[in-house]
Design a protein around this ligand. Structure first.
Ligand SMILES: [Zn+2]
Length: 514
């Protein structure tokens, strides 16, 4: 997903970059692989991961032979079958799918646009996910702007949008923080359709497209659908519309957008396979990426690369012949792009064994090399994990912090008080490939993917195999306090996902009178 929240995440990263001090109750200094007995197994796994890895082969099949795989569509079902078959061929145990439903299915049809005045040419547009259609023959209208930074008052004046095409702009200073504006944008879209707006030009988070002549699709909330067509437009076309409007002209445009919703929920499934633990098979580390994608291209970097890295990690461990103390459960999640639906479904389906979970390790940051591990809120584990990460310094992946990543399947684990570990990647080109027509196999370098798969295998095996249990869930009060401190409360509250009520409120800070 990783939509509008990127900026917020950067803030959180800065706050936590200093890491956590050693707690006074740590009786013994944390041990790395050199001291805790895991090194011989890890060096074998590293060798298998870097030599003759099939990770890029997995990614090629997923990208070229299956391609774009929107949750609940036939292509996504095919990806589930493919993922299960790969897990079996790698030799994982207990391979199966875990079905669940998402609220509604959606299929992209076509999106055509044209500017009719003051000049005439084709407009490059694509529909945002889970948004609606124009009449079958299309519709034309004058372009008017709404200010995303003052979207609350735009909702009040929505009747002026009847018969108009709405262009989302940002003027002045934001009236609220970005998360709340994005949540209110959903309310605006809900009002704009019935008010008679023809279409809304506003891409990810209501913002403009990045890159040359690219559009970027995506969802506009958690499990959010809108009857009004919402379009991502190339920056060049949108810029021209803005310049005409700034000169006091009224551009006239025509759109024909056709998408299909299902009437009710649609079935999908997470794909699961395990390496069972040799001593504590009931204790589980989840390792995964998401299998679903958007559909303007092949879904390579979001998140075919993560799915392939997960399978590559499983393969490296299986080939090494090493069995960890505890179970590593590989999960290819679906429904991530619609609102982390697969990982939330996993938490529900495995609620009774959550106390036995050690955490999750997820990769979903595009095509670049993994550089750091974000421990998903668990500041107590930074010093525990650091000696392991130090052994990866020559691979450039030794940075550790406690940041929560809310834009992917790590979030539900962090909300359960577990380390939802995100492998932080350096992917400068991701802003172009993210949800766009450029998200194809060309974007992924095979050597980078093999290294990411190897790093994932090493981290997974070390966590699962070290003599002491890596982590147990925090109680809700401590989790709530951590999520507030990391500024996750605002987003979760805005999207009705905050489950903790008043837990974790800092009495002194929040009620200075008391
Ligand atoms: Zn993703």
């Amino acid at each position: 997903m990783q939509r509008v929240f990127v900026k917020l995440a950067v803030v959180a990263a800065c706050l936590s970059a200093a890491g956590a001090p050693l707690h006074a109750d740590n009786r013994t200094a944390p041990k790395g692989p050199g001291e805790d007995g895991t090194k011989p197994a890890l060096t074998r796994i590293a060798g298998e991961g870097m030599m003759n890895s099939h990770a890029f082969g997995f990614l090629t099949e997923l990208s070229d032979d299956i391609g774009g795989r929107v949750t609940g569509t036939p292509a996504e079902r095919k990806a589930e079958e493919w993922g299960a078959a790969k897990m079996k061929s790698i030799g994982l145990e207990n391979v199966h799918t875990e079905k669940y439903t998402i609220w509604r299915g959606w299929t992209r049809g076509s999106a055509e646009g044209e500017i009719l005045a003051p000049v005439r040419h084709k407009l490059h547009v694509d529909a945002m996910g889970w948004t609606g259609s124009t009449p079958a023959s299309g519709a034309e209208g004058d372009v008017v702007t709404v200010n995303m930074f003052d979207i609350e008052s735009e909702i009040k004046h929505v009747s002026r949008l009847k018969g108009k095409v709405v262009l989302v702009t940002t003027k002045g200073k934001p009236a609220k923080d970005e998360t709340n504006l994005f949540a209110l944008f959903g309310d605006f879209l809900k009002a704009a359709g019935p008010a008679g707006a023809i279409a809304v030009i506003g891409g990810q988070g209501g913002g403009k497209s990045t890159g040359m002549n690219l559009t970027h699709t995506g969802i506009l909330g958690f499990n959010a659908d809108f009857a009004v067509p919402v379009l991502s437009m190339s920056a060049e076309d949108q810029g021209q519309l803005e310049r005409f409007l700034e000169r006091g002209m009224t551009p006239r445009v025509r759109f024909n957008v056709q998408n299909t919703f299902t009437n009710g929920p649609v079935e999908t499934a997470n794909v699961v396979g395990e390496i069972r633990g040799r001593e504590h098979p009931e204790e589980i580390l989840v390792v995964g990426g998401h299998l679903d994608s958007w559909d303007l291209s092949e879904g390579t970097t979001d998140n075919g690369s993560g799915a392939a890295a997960t399978l590559g990690a499983a393969e490296a461990i299986m080939r090494s012949g090493q069995r960890p103390r505890r179970t590593i459960r590989f999960v290819l999640f679906t429904g991530e792009e619609e609102g982390l639906d697969g990982s939330f479904a996993y938490m529900k389906q495995h609620q009774t064994e959550m106390k036995n979970h050690l955490g999750s390790l997820v990769i979903d940051g595009g095509q670049g090399p993994a550089k750091r591990f974000h421990l998903g809120g668990r500041d107590d584990l930074v010093s525990v994990f650091q000696p392991f990460a130090d052994t990866l310094s020559n691979l450039g992946a030794s940075d550790v912090d406690d940041r929560v990543e809310s834009g992917t399947d790590t979030l539900p684990f962090s909300m359960a008080g577990l380390p939802g570990i995100d492998m932080g990647q350096e992917s400068p080109d991701y802003k172009y490939t993210h949800h766009s027509a450029a998200d194809a196999l060309e974007a992924q370098k095979p050597d980078v993917l093999a290294q990411n798969a190897t790093l994932m295998a090493l981290a997974a095996f070390w966590i699962a195999d070290r003599p002491e249990r890596f982590a147990s869930p925090w109680p809700p009060e401590r989790t709530a306090r951590m999520l507030r401190a990391q500024h996750e409360y605002e987003e979760l509250k805005a999207f009705n996902l905050w489950p903790f009520g008043d837990l974790g409120v800092d009495e002194k800070k929040d009620n200075p009178q008391n």
